[in-house]
Design a protein around this ligand. Structure first.
Ligand SMILES: *Cc1c(COP(=O)(O)O)cnc(C)c1O
Length: 407
């Protein structure tokens, strides 16, 4: 029987529109969210889920945090965008707060994380030519295999993931790829033309891959000896995710350039920033880099509130304490678990390769009210907002144990 046009459900109409009109560059779980509060999100039918992705760590402060929302609405009624052609009254406070918190000496605000990465690449190349005296056009940047730094053409050109770079070339030259965590490979890749090493403190998208102990302190030392700018991409690891403000603190090092984004706005708005310890950002003169929206008054007000909430409400300490408990519970999971790893609330459960693929497990967990994202085929990534409680973590682990023990 042919269905009557009017009998088509709202859900199937919506799916149809999304498939017809939307580019298929994502394969979302089949849940349609309408509302969020703290660690919880609600679908269009009012079903409740614990969000164990937190928008890839952009919502570290929890969904729709009231203090950030208040700062946003207040600023939105006053002034949203001036462009950088004029000064505005929110900028200085934003710089001051970030500098006080991170020790940065120079700051350049952008919007998306990828833009912060692109900005850092431009800055270190220019610094290489103008300060280090590298011959024009020959600067080299070392990066790691299985990196994730964003989706722009400049960035995907040095990705090693065929999905990320395939058929998008030709790409910009000047990048050398070495294995993550292998100090000797990094050391061997250094030349007189090496201006920077761009690396994630923990490789997030690669499946929460941890550096071996001591790796970063050796890298830091060699960078200093050879005049190489160490750029840490803390867009995902930063702002409390690993139980410290910045993941570099676990390694006892300081980057020359730190990239932050995602949780810098608590998920309200794209805000990113390049933080510079050395003179790298000093190379930019007026007109040599910019962004219409970067550093706008609304972004600055939101970011200041997002940082205040993060530090004043004990979220970083909570990430450390609840994260340690979460890791312990994950290590006790039954079923086809190959490895559990992570730090703070940046955690991953790698399943056995014959367990049917992580996506299947995400769907089973969804049915139990837990939203988890698969990454790289067999890994479940767990990164709830940093306000998650011990009880909520216990509940999440009970759901994981229930589906995995039924395997
Ligand atoms: C998400 C992410 C980026 C890119 O950020 P966008 O805002 O999506 O451009 C860059 N680096 C890391 C480590 C990330 O996790």
């Amino acid at each position: 029987m042919t269905p009557q046009p009017g009998a088509q459900s709202a859900a199937s109409r919506r799916d149809h529109i999304e498939d017809q009109l939307g580019a298929h560059n994502y394969h979302p779980l089949d849940v349609v969210l309408a509302r969020g509060s703290g660690v919880w999100v609600y679908d269009v039918d009012g079903r409740k889920y614990l969000d164990c992705l937190a928008a890839y760590s952009a919502v570290n402060q929890g969904h729709c945090h009231p203090r950030i929302l208040a700062a946003m609405t207040e600023q939105a009624q006053k002034l949203t965008l001036t462009s950088r052609a004029f000064r505005h009254d929110q900028m200085a406070g934003f710089y001051e707060d970030l500098a006080r918190l991170t020790g940065a000496h120079k700051i350049l605000p952008m919007n998306s994380g990828a833009e912060a990465v692109e900005t850092a690449i431009k800055a270190v190349r220019k610094w290489g030519y103008e300060v280090r005296g590298v011959p024009e056009g020959e600067a080299e940047i070392i990066v790691c295999a299985n990196n994730f730094h964003g989706r722009t053409l400049g960035i995907v050109g040095f990705s090693t993931d065929p999905d990320a770079f395939g058929h998008y070339g030709p790409f910009a030259p000047g990048f050398k790829v070495v294995p993550f965590g292998d100090f000797d490979a990094f050391n061997d890749a250094i030349s007189d033309r090496t201006v920077a090493f761009l690396v994630e403190p923990i490789q997030g998208e690669a499946g929460v891959v941890m550096p071996p102990p001591g790796y970063f302190s050796r890298v830091r030392q060699r960078c200093t000896e050879r005049g190489i700018t160490l750029i840490l991409d803390e867009i995902q690891t930063g702002l409390g995710r690993t139980g410290k403000l910045l993941a570099e603190e676990h390694e006892g090092i300081e980057a020359d350039v730190t990239l932050i984004g995602k949780a810098l706005s608590g998920g309200f708005y794209p805000v990113s920033a390049v933080l510079s310890n050395a003179d790298v950002l000093g190379v930019f003169q007026p007109g040599q880099h910019g962004s219409t929206f970067g550093g706008n008054p609304l972004a600055c007000a939101i970011a200041r509130a997002a940082l205040r909430v993060l530090t004043e409400e004990g979220m970083i300490e909570n990430a450390a304490a609840v994260g340690a408990h979460f890791l312990e519970r994950l290590r006790a999971l039954p079923g086809p678990v190959r490895e559990v790893r992570g730090r703070g609330l940046m955690l991953a459960v790698e399943l056995e390769p014959d367990a049917g693929g992580a996506r299947l497990w995400c769907e089973r967990l969804q049915a139990r009210g837990l939203l988890v994202k698969d990454t790289h085929g067999h890994t479940l990534r767990l990164s709830p907002p940093l306000i998650v409680t011990r009880d909520e973590v216990d509940w999440a682990c009970d759901q994981l144990a229930a589906v995995l023990s039924a395997a």
